[in-house]
Design a protein around this ligand. Structure first.
Ligand code: NAD
Length: 298
């Protein structure tokens, strides 16, 4: 792996975090987005990451400033990728938008450039042909708050070259990630393939009135040694996201239990402002939730 110059396309929530993390680890980063106004907002978003790195990673002022100085900003794609060894795409989760982007990118990027998608729900084989270089394309999926939640799920599609797969795994490690290779395509990658069924099962136990929130979490924590139960995890994910997933599942499956879950989340949590950890209350009250009290596990 001899990647030095990395381009991040899309400078929103994840793109700005990815760009800053890579620069923090000493690589040259070009950020590409659709216009200068959006790029100005990205600059502000990235500058706001500096104190987070100082607080969470004990980074020095010099380190956080020189990371920022390694980032350049472009609204012209050809310029943004002129030197790129790797382009990481973090544009909105809209299929046609990504197809159009990859068609354009394939035309202007140097032949050597590898493309990686940060898409959470779409599969690389949906875009492989549009890139014009399917063997140099795969998924590289980060989590929100990348500097703390440092997973990188690296997923091949059937046409990805094995050498490229290995290079991207090495790159993920070089930027401070725990690299998690997936040898075949899997919707939801590894993490959500494990987590979503657990969270679903917990909510079904609740809606069927089999047990209450704290008993369900306690069972999981005592039974497996996990630090959080499923409802404490839902507080981290955010009740709005859980509600949207419940609604989508109700529509897709016609299962009225999912509709009941969505209704419960809306009435008792969203409508009362209990949106999860970010708002100080969800299934638990923060900063001192019951599940952290020693008597919870007795
Ligand atoms: P976002 O809406 O915050 O940012 C998207 C950015 O892409 C915006 O700055 C927008 O101006 C830009 N953009 C739009 N069209 C573009 C184009 N044609 N070319 C270049 N840039 C363009 O979105 P996000 O939450 O950062 O998500 C981006 C991708 O990352 C999605 O595929 C999403 O699934 C994935 N992802 C998001 C999260 C998350 O927690 N937000 C986590 C993991 C992965």
């Amino acid at each position: 792996m001899d990647y030095r110059n990395i381009t991040v396309a899309g400078s929103g929530v994840l793109g700005s975090q990815i760009a800053y993390q890579i620069a923090f680890k000493g690589f040259n980063v070009s950020v590409y987005d659709i216009n200068d106004e959006v790029l100005e907002r990205a600059k502000e978003r990235i500058i706001q990451l500096k104190p987070r790195y100082q607080e969470d990673l004990a980074a020095t002022e010099q380190e956080v400033n020189s990371a920022y100085d390694r980032i350049s900003f472009y609204s012209e794609l050809a310029k943004a990728v002129a030197e790129a060894d790797l382009v990481i795409e973090a544009i909105p989760e809209v299929v046609q938008l990504k197809i159009d982007f990859y068609e354009q990118l394939g035309k202007v990027a140097p032949q050597k450039t590898v493309f990686a998608s940060n898409s959470s729900t779409l599969l690389p084989s949906q875009f492989a042909e549009s890139t014009g270089r399917p063997q140099q394309f795969l998924a590289l999926h980060f989590a929100n708050e990348i500097w703390k939640n440092n997973t990188a799920e690296i997923m091949k599609h059937p046409g990805t070259d094995t050498k490229i797969f290995e290079d991207v795994i090495a790159f993920a490690k070089a930027i401070g990630m725990v690299a998690l290779p997936l040898h075949k395509e899997q919707p939801g990658y590894i993490l959500n393939s494990l987590l979503v069924p657990l969270l679903d099962a917990a909510q079904l136990l609740l809606i069927k009135e089999i047990a209450d929130v704290e008993t369900i979490d306690k069972t999981w924590m005592v039974g497996t040694g996990a630090p959080l139960g499923p409802f404490a995890i839902l507080d981290v994910v955010g009740i709005n996201t859980a509600y949207n997933i419940g609604l989508a599942k109700a529509k897709a499956t016609g299962n009225e239990q999912y509709e009941k879950i969505a209704n419960l989340l809306k009435k008792e949590y969203i409508d009362t402002g209990k949106l999860g950890r970010a708002t100080g209350e969800g299934f638990y009250k923060y900063p001192n939730p019951n599940f952290l009290k020693p008597e919870f596990l007795i």
